[in-house]
Design a protein around this ligand. Structure first.
Ligand code: CA
Length: 231
């Protein structure tokens, strides 16, 4: 299986991305420098490159050009630069998608899977997954979810929260775990706000929200629907 190449000089971010991508079943190579990334393009051709534009040794946009010269595996760009100009510049250079820092690692995994899906590379998680005999339906590549046939309009954080509990239905997640899964390396001071995101997500889930996303007193939260067997 050709690897996903993660090019990121910040070690914590690099390692959290590796963990999340591997957990999603992808094979991962990482490097902290643009020079090594360029070497790896030919020595271990990747299916997709996750590329931080702010690298210490080579300008990220130069790496992007090398990637194109190397037969153009798709690229997901990580950037702290949030100005429109940089985005347009990057798109002109051929990036397939963008994530602006700080980002949620779960979101990066979803984007990676979506780009791979579009490019016909490694399979994503497959089609939609259903829970509770079809009641809850989550289509990760399409970023769509519905409950009892009603489509859910979720914020990115609510989506990440739902994806986190759905990753292990019926297992109880502590607030700390949920924050860590949603925010990865960037969780300081965030733990208390989980409750309000849960409240909002439940509201969107409707009348059965509190049953579907259950509070386990003194412990945390869990998705109270069993994952259906694949059809
Ligand atoms: Ca950087």
């Amino acid at each position: 299986m050709p690897p996903v190449l993660v090019v990121e000089d910040e070690r914590d971010i690099r390692e959290v991305l590796r963990r999340y991508l591997e957990r999603a079943g992808l094979s991962v190579l990482t490097t902290g420098t643009g020079a090594e990334a360029i070497r790896l393009l030919t020595s271990a051709p990747p299916d997709l490159v996750v590329l931080d534009l702010g690298l210490p040794d080579v300008d990220g946009t130069d790496v992007l050009r090398e990637i194109q010269a190397a037969g153009r595996p798709p690229v997901l760009v990580l950037t702290a630069r949030s100005t429109i100009d940089d985005r347009i510049h990057g798109l002109q250079l051929g990036a397939d998608d963008y994530v602006t820092k700080p980002f949620s690692p779960a979101e990066v995994v979803l984007r990676v899977q979506a780009v791979l899906h579009r490019s016909g590379g490694q399979p994503g998680p497959g089609g939609p997954v259903t829970y509770g005999q079809g009641r809850l339906r989550i289509d990760e590549p399409r970023h769509e979810a519905s409950l009892d046939g009603r489509s859910l309009d979720l914020t990115p954080t609510e989506w990440d929260l739902l994806a986190a509990v759905a990753a292990a239905p019926e297992r109880v997640f502590s607030r700390y775990e949920l924050v860590n899964r949603i925010r990865g390396y960037e969780y300081a001071g965030y733990e208390r706000t989980i409750d309000s995101h849960v409240k909002n997500l439940r509201h969107k889930l409707g009348a059965s929200g509190a049953d579907v996303l259950e509070t386990v007193l003194g412990v945390g939260y869990r998705l109270r629907l069993r994952r259906d067997d694949p059809a």
